[in-house]
Write a protein that binds this ligand. Structure first.
Ligand code: FEO
Length: 403
């Protein structure tokens, strides 16, 4: 057993004891170019308490960091705020090793952990609003169902004014620094938004409600301690405000043009649409799916007002890289978008129609019928693409003014 990993102090009584995963690059389809952390926290109350654990391969790191402060077997309470395996992979082993007095989770957490680990974990269900005495300190629980699993909950430690927020307010970012004020704010903005877009976005309406509940509860928060990435302590109001803005997805003057091309014809169309959008006053991201990852597109969609998707037709269908990204985006359920479909074709040309059907299922209002060009776009075809871009920009402006 290694003893080279050390705990990091938040306050005199609370320590970070998680793990840094410098190498992970894929999180179920979301590319994590800067790695991640699995955060766990140790509360030195009368009843020593561990909040969350880490992914199974990182158990030694967790135990080493705990052991730098206390004997792990002195832990009396384990709280599982979220059952997903990046936070519970080593929970059964930790329970076996520590034999704590009590392990607690939400009612759905108890059910989910039972299903995942297929054994009786002797876990106690805690209710929304319930408090657990740790002797000289108290943990207060707040259910956050579907943010982003049914079991998810927050724990609040009033004596240290810490909100343990599991995945919420997190990001995939491996760093040696543990606090937000030690890291480049531009990296925090980018990775925070990327995480929200790829993980939290489907549940954005619940975020809005949750933030209202947190506000109404009147919690005094000095630290937000999530399960991934840095601990927030610099500007808590700003962190919460940014989540509110991302969740609201207000219409903007930004368009994302996503395309897949075979012989550059659809690419020429994409670029002409981009020119039209720009001429109409929109900000544009023009993204070939041969050059970008689906999670890059998700990031760009977060503050966009339009999604324009093009594909060449291959074997009566859209290109596989477009099927990939559009399936992914559909699952993320972005709102307040307008859009259009386009693409070149040789003889049948089904792809733009298929894309338009999916945009409709996504409740994206179409600015025009699918725009199709046979083989290679001529000057008048490119002019039509340019006009489409201008039309979308005009509609974006109207939507922004109406919001
Ligand atoms: Fe970080 Fe939903 O697990």
């Amino acid at each position: 057993m290694t003893n080279s990993y050390k705990a990091v102090k938040l306050t005199d009584k609370v320590y970070w004891v998680g793990a840094v995963d410098w190498t992970i690059r894929d999180f179920h389809g979301y590319t994590t170019r800067r790695g991640s952390t699995y955060n766990a926290y140790l509360i030195l109350a009368d009843k020593i308490t561990l909040v969350d654990t880490v992914k199974a391969p990182f158990r030694e790191e967790l135990v080493s960091r705990i052991a730098s402060v206390v004997n792990p077997r002195d832990i009396q309470v384990i709280v599982s705020n979220h059952a997903e395996m990046d936070h519970t992979g080593c929970l059964p082993e930790m329970i076996r090793m520590i034999e704590p007095e009590q392990v607690v989770a939400s009612a759905m957490g108890v059910k989910t952990l039972g299903e995942i680990f297929n054994r009786d974990q002797k876990i106690t269900a805690v209710k929304d609003g319930e408090q657990l005495s740790l002797g000289n300190m108290t943990l207060r629980f707040m259910e956050t169902r579907m943010l982003h699993w049914p079991d998810s909950m927050f724990s609040y430690l009033p004596e240290a004014e810490i909100l343990f927020s599991q995945d919420a307010f997190g990001m995939h970012l491996a760093t040696a620094e543990r606090f937000d004020d030690e890291i480049d704010p531009a990296i925090l903005d980018y990775e925070g938004a990327t995480y929200f877009a790829n993980i939290i976005l489907p549940y954005a309406p619940l975020v809005t409600k949750l933030l209202a509940r947190v506000g109404a509860a009147g919690l005094s928060i000095k630290y937000i301690a999530p399960d991934h990435g840095p601990i927030w302590r610099r500007d808590i109001g700003g962190v919460i405000g940014r989540y509110g803005r991302w969740a609201a997805q207000q219409p903007t003057m930004k368009a994302v043009v996503v395309y897949g091309t075979m012989w550059h014809s659809t690419e020429h169309m994409a670029r002409a649409i981009t020119e039209g959008l720009t001429a109409g006053g929109a900000t544009v991201r023009c993204m070939s799916m041969d050059a970008f990852h689906r999670s890059d597109v998700a990031y760009e969609i977060l503050d966009a007002g339009a999604l324009v998707v093009g594909s060449a037709t291959l074997n009566n269908n859209m290109l596989p890289q477009i099927a990939d990204v559009i399936t992914y985006l559909k699952g993320l359920r972005p709102v307040n978008l307008i859009g259009a479909a386009f693409g070149s074709y040789g003889w049948s040309g089904e792809a733009p129609g298929h894309i338009a059907d999916i945009l409709k299922e996504m409740k994206i209002e179409s600015v025009s019928p699918p725009l199709k060009v046979q083989h290679v776009p001529r000057e008048d075809d490119l002019q039509s693409c340019f006009y489409l871009g201008e039309d979308i920009a005009r509609q974006l402006k109207k939507n922004k003014e109406a919001a």
